[in-house]
Design a protein around this ligand. Structure first.
Ligand code: PGA
Length: 259
C-alpha cells in the first residue's frame, strides 16, 4: 500500500501570536497548492496560536492543517490549565501530538496518561482529531540494546483497549530522545529498523492491513539536509519536525523532500 506522507511541524513553546502569524504566512507564501495531492502537511503551534495560524492558512486557501501539542482527556470541568478535545475541534484541529518525550520527561506523563488521551481522541468520532502518538527510547535504553522492546511496549501501552476501526487514522512518530533537539539524527537505517518494528507491533495489534495503512513518522533533528534519505525508507511515512519547522524555508524544503 502506498501511504500518503505527513510532514508535521512541532513548534513547541515558541512564537507569540504575532510571530506565529508571520511564520504561518511565510510558510503559506512558499507553499504550492498542488503539493497537497502528494503530501499532508500540518503545523502544531502552542494553543494560543492555533486559531490565528489556522486563519492565515484558511484565508490563503493553503492546504496546511493545524494540530495541538497536547490535550486532556475529560471533555470539560474543573481541570485548571487543561484544554479539551471539544475545544481543539472547535478550532478545527486535525491532529494532536500525544506523549511527546518532553511531556513524558518534564511533565511526568505516563504510558497510562498517553493511553487515556488516545482513547479519548478515538471516542470523539465526528470531525475527529487524529493522535500523533510519540514513542522513542533514551540513549541509555539504546546503549543497553533494548530499544525495540522498549518502543514495542510504548506502542502497546498507548493503544491499549483500542481497535483497528479507531487506530487506522492514527499516526505514530518514532522520536529517539537522544536525537531530539540535539542535532544528532538517527541514521536512516536506525530509524527504518525501529519504524518497521513499530509497524510490526501495529500489525499484531490491529492486523496487517490496518498497520499497512497507518503512518509512522520519524522525528529528531530532521532537517532539509537529511530529510531525503530518511523519507526514502520504506517504513518512514513522514516527519515530526521541531527546530527546522520554526524556519519557513527549512520546513518547506522538508515538505518538498516528501513529494
Ligand atoms: P527536533 O524536535 O526536530 O528539534 O529534534 C523534534 C520533536 O521533538 O518533535
Amino acid at each position: 500500500m502506498t501511504r500518503k506522507p505527513l510532514i508535521a511541524g512541532n513548534w513547541k513553546m515558541n512564537n507569540t501570536i504575532a510571530q506565529a502569524v508571520v511564520l504561518a504566512q511565510e510558510v503559506s507564501n512558499l507553499f504550492e497548492r498542488d503539493w497537497a495531492d502528494a503530501v499532508d502537511v500540518a503545523v502544531c503551534p502552542p494553543y494560543v496560536d492555533l486559531k490565528p495560524v489556522k486563519t492565515v492558512f484558511e484565508f490563503d486557501k493553503t492546504p496546511v492543517s493545524v494540530g495541538a501539542q497536547n490535550v486532556y482527556w475529560e471533555p470539560s470541568g474543573a481541570y485548571t490549565g487543561e484544554i479539551s478535545i471539544p475545544m481543539l475541534k472547535d478550532i478545527g484541529c486535525r491532529y494532536c501530538i500525544v506523549g511527546h518525550s518532553e511531556r513524558r520527561t518534564l511533565f511526568h506523563e505516563t504510558n497510562e496518561d498517553v493511553n487515556d488521551k488516545v482513547r479519548a481522541l478515538f471516542a470523539d468520532k465526528v470531525q475527529p482529531v487524529h493522535p500523533i502518538v510519540c514513542v522513542g527510547e533514551s540513549l541509555a535504553v539504546r546503549d543497553e540494546g533494548t530499544c525495540l522492546e522498549f518502543v514495542d511496549a510504548q506502542v502497546r501501552a498507548a493503544f491499549a483497549g483500542t481497535d483497528e476501526v479507531d487506530a487506522k487514522d492514527a499516526v505514530v512518530a518514532y522520536e529517539p530522545v537522544w536525537a531530539i533537539g540535539t542535532g544528532r539524527t538517527a541514521t536512516p537505517e536506525q530509524a527504518q529498523e525501529v519504524c518497521a518494528a513499530i509497524r510490526a507491533t501495529l500489525a499484531e495489534l490491529f492486523g496487517a492491513e490496518c498497520a499497512d495503512g497507518m503512518r509512522v513518522l520519524y522525528g529528531g533533528s530532521m532537517n532539509e539536509g537529511n530529510a531525503d534519505l530518511l523519507l526514502a525508507q520504506p517504513d518512514i511515512d513522514g516527519g515530526l519536525i521541531g527546530g527546522a519547522s520554526l524556519k519557513a524555508g527549512s520546513f518547506v524544503e522538508i515538505v518538498k523532500a516528501a513529494l
